[in-house]
Design a protein around this ligand. Structure first.
Ligand code: SF4
Length: 180
């Protein structure tokens, strides 16, 4: 009895799963939550200049119960850590965590021995999916993190060929000049 003899199911759940995953990837809802200077860059990313809504991720939610993305944007202190864990626990599944900036990744410039109160990375107490380095990372960095997360959530690539996406097409003017 081979694989060929098994009739195809009328209900293709695998396809439905793929569609749901792509839907999730294109509608990430981050929690409105920032800790330090990196949060300013996160706010800028939501503004019109960087336009996070191009990626469907601009709907910052004021309640963890409505959010599926926790962006740790800033310095995590030992006093703050239990609060962040509570917020994470209150988020429904599926959920993802992004460590934005060197402080959230490793303690950043505050990781010196005199600072007894700094947590050396959000991944020491939360399952971080994406790390966005920088002090602070620019909004473009956070957008790149969102694009990487989309791929992680859905196996779907926003840009099929990144090389092509970044290579500039000659402008109409340049083409016209060439023809003259
Ligand atoms: S990484 Fe730099 S910009 Fe971000 S919170 Fe730390 S000190 Fe501030």
């Amino acid at each position: 009895m081979g694989k060929e003899s098994i009739p195809e199911s009328i209900v293709q759940l695998a396809i439905a799963d793929d569609i749901i995953k792509i839907g999730r990837a294109n509608s990430l809802w981050p929690l409105t939550f920032g800790i330090a200077c990196c949060a300013i860059e996160m706010m800028a990313t939501g503004g019109s200049r960087f336009d996070m809504s191009r990626f469907g991720a601009e709907v910052f939610r004021p309640s963890p119960r409505q959010a599926d993305l926790l962006i740790i944007a800033g310095t995590v202190t030992k006093k703050m850590q239990p609060g962040i864990m509570t917020l994470y626990d209150q988020m429904p599944e599926p959920k993802w965590v992004m460590a934005m900036g060197n402080c959230a990744i490793s303690g950043g410039p505050f990781a010196i021995k005199e600072n007894y109160n700094i947590v050396l990375g959000a991944d020491t107490f939360l399952p971080v999916d994406i790390f966005v380095p920088g002090c602070p990372p620019r909004p473009e960095g956070l957008l790149q993190g969102i694009i990487e997360l989309e791929e992680l959530v859905s196996d779907w690539k926003r840009f099929k060929d990144p090389e092509k996406a970044h290579s500039r097409q000659p402008s109409i003017r340049a083409q016209a000049d060439k023809e003259v």
